[in-house]
Design a protein around this ligand. Structure first.
Ligand code: M6R
Length: 624
């Protein structure tokens, strides 16, 4: 999970800035993918310049004077360590023995040990602990055997097993950046002044909105005058070090160029101190745009779901919480047999999956490897797969039979916020439509819920402005605690789970969610004077929760609640409340998560943490 960038300028004056500065800007936009070390390689009139160091981008760029370096083409990298601890030597680019080949890589080369041993026995000297370094030495080895730089690169790629998006400079073939992709995302951006390679589109949105999304097993190069894309026809993992170039098919890139409508502003902070806060405030728009777009797209999917024997919803982290909301709504409104599964656990259910099942795979990024692997598994069993993702043409979208897109815009903060509410709004719309179509939901009720859904963005705006000051105050209390429970029933449970995930993820406070009724079966043992417990009350289930609150209070718990206005017992039961507009229980998860997001955000800030870049996490998790 790293961010890679490659840039070839059309002339030395293009973009009117030093190339080092452009690389720095693009890496900053990719920082959400990893931030333990940073580096670049630029080819200038003086030759190949490489600078890299452990640390976050802002620290490293001034230390290494990124902005001062100029050249015509170069690559950059922001790292999230997998093989080898964060250190200067493990930072990318990684180079060969001659120092002519510089490689930046996102992903994991699974067979790197075997490749490394083979290369060492042929005299190569390794400097880092990374898996990436084998790529540079493999290229060098094939050049030593007499192959051209580009053929040597292609040949090297045929030996790589695992996931990779790589960008490579070889000064022996000037002006080109070679690239290859398998499993890890890689896109090309095109403009009059430059060509870009990147792990994600927001990296170069300031300069280009014409993109080509690369597929698995594609490789090639960009240069001032050319874009070459080839598809590897056979991958030869055997290491025989022969000089036979791999078989490939050429691809006409012009047929693959797509114009995307994201603006650069969408990927910038827009005056907010953090992306996460900006993205919380963007939620009403994210939901509104998503609802407008899906209302035209879902008819066909509703018909398909009506024929399914079972609908499984899968996802990881926050996307799994959206899956839980979706499965509860499908059961309740459309009487469909539906279950939510954590993507990485799908394999344990695989024997019972067949071609009567429909699997909705949820992932904001569309690149989460656990979800991709699960989709491949269930496709293998004949299930129809539908991607629900925020990224057009992401791997998940391309590997699923059908796709539904949320329109949240790029999400940069590592903690998912606006993409979650967009996912939940989509699944709510889907369940209401399916219930209406199947007649399990009275048609008047279905229309009422849909009209109410269209007003939800407005309710969200008010909720954000009323909850924000309160979240600031309560964060002062939560910041003093070490552990916390979030309890809820029905749709209040996934909302609680998502609230707990947000708190632990960015404020580093242990937080667990339980079904409120289950709390007395064990969790209550931890509760003593001042132990914080948050209750999620969405509406209909309020009375059922009262006794659970009393049980906690009797043990001295400090209680907080997210409740609908008019719940009379609130004052007596809770120490602090977020009172929200009462809306239909079925739609409440879209709105009632907001106070928890704000609470987590302000607690993290109060404690001095950066909510956009929580430790040990990356925005897109492309490792199993
Ligand atoms: O891109 P995805 O939705 O597939 O990501 C899944 C999880 O990695 C993600 O939701 C993660 O849990 C977030 N950091 C939560 O805020």
């Amino acid at each position: 999970m790293c961010g890679i960038i490659g840039i070839v300028l059309s002339s030395s004056k293009a973009l009117s800035k030093n190339l080092g500065r452009v690389i720095r800007e693009c890496l900053k936009n990719l920082e959400y993918r990893g931030y333990d070390s940073v580096g670049f390689a630029i080819v200038s009139s003086e030759g190949l310049i490489i600078r890299k160091s452990k640390g976050k981008i802002d620290e490293v760029v001034s230390k290494l004077s990124f902005d001062e370096f100029d050249g015509i083409y170069g690559v950059g990298h922001t790292r999230w360590a997998t093989h080898g601890r964060p250190s200067d030597v493990n930072a990318h680019p990684q180079t060969d023995c001659s120092g002519k080949v510089a490689v930046v890589h996102n992903g994991i080369i699974e067979n790197y040990m075997e490749l490394r041993d083979a290369l060492i026995s042929r005299g190569h000297e390794f400097r880092s602990e990374t898996d990436t370094e084998v790529i540079a030495h493999l290229i060098e080895e094939y050049k030593r055997l007499g192959m051209s730089s580009y053929d040597a690169f292609k040949k090297a790629v045929t030996h790589l097993r695992g996931s990779y998006a790589v960008a490579v400079i070889d000064v022996d073939d000037p002006g080109k950046i070679f690239f290859a992709r398998n499993t890890s995302p890689l896109v090309i951006g095109i403009s009059r002044e430059a060509k870009f390679l990147s792990s994600d589109i927001p990296a170069f949105l300031d300069y280009s909105r014409d993109v080509i999304v690369l597929n698995d097993d594609e490789l090639g190069y960009i240069s001032k005058d050319a874009i070459v894309i080839e598809k590897l026809v056979d991958k030869d993992l055997r290491l025989e070090f022969d000089r036979v170039p791999p078989k490939t098919e050429f691809i006409d890139y012009r047929l693959r160029v797509r114009h995307i409508d994201w603006t650069p502003e969408m990927a910038k902070k827009g005056g907010y101190p953090h992306f996460m806060l900006k993205e919380i405030h963007e939620q009403p728009r994210a939901v509104a745009d998503t609802l407008i777009s899906i209302s035209k797209e879902l008819d066909n999917i509703v018909k398909l779901l009506s024929k399914a024997d079972r609908v499984l919803l899968i996802g990881s982290g926050t996307s799994y919480h959206a899956a839980l909301v979706g499965s509860l709504l499908l059961n309740e409104l459309a009487y469909v047999k539906s279950h939510a599964l954590i993507s990485s656990e799908v394999r344990w259910f695989i024997n019972s999956i067949d071609d009567d099942d429909v699997v909705i795979a949820i992932s904001q990024s569309g690149e989460t490897i656990d979800t991709l692997l699960a989709v491949r598994d269930v496709r293998g069993k004949g299930a129809l797969t539908i991607a629900l993702t925020n990224v057009i043409d992401s791997t998940l979208a391309r590997e699923s039979h059908l796709s539904i897109y949320t329109r949240a815009g790029p999400e940069i903060g590592v903690a998912a916020t606006k993409t979650y509410v967009a996912q939940v709004a989509t699944l709510s719309y889907l369940a209401i439509s399916l219930g209406g179509y199947m007649g399990t939901l009275d048609s008047n009720k279905a229309s009422e819920l849909k009209s109410e859904l269209s007003l939800i963005p407005e309710v969200m705006s008010t909720t954000i402005s009323t909850c924000e000051p309160r979240a600031r105050v309560i964060s002062g209390v939560i910041g003093t605690k070490h552990s916390m429970y979030y309890l809820g029933r029905g749709l209040g449970l996934p909302t609680s789970m998502e609230g707990a995930l947000k708190l632990k993820e960015i404020a580093y406070i242990h937080a667990e969610a339980y079904p409120a009724g289950e709390s007395k079966h064990g969790p209550i043992a931890l509760v003593d004077e001042g132990f914080p417990v948050a209750f999620t009350v969405l509406g209909d289930e309020a009375e059922l929760i009262v006794s659970n609150v009393e049980e906690m209070k009797a043990r001295g718990a400090w209680t907080l609640a997210v409740v609908p206005k008019g719940f009379e017992k609130s004052v007596k039961l809770f120490d602090y409340i977020f009172e929200l507009r009462r809306i239909s229980y079925e739609l409440a998860p879209i709105v009632y998560i907001i106070p928890y997001q704000l609470l987590a955000y302000y607690t993290a800030v109060t404690l001095g943490y950066d909510p956009d870049k929580p430790r040990n996490l990356a925005k897109t998790v492309t490792v199993v």
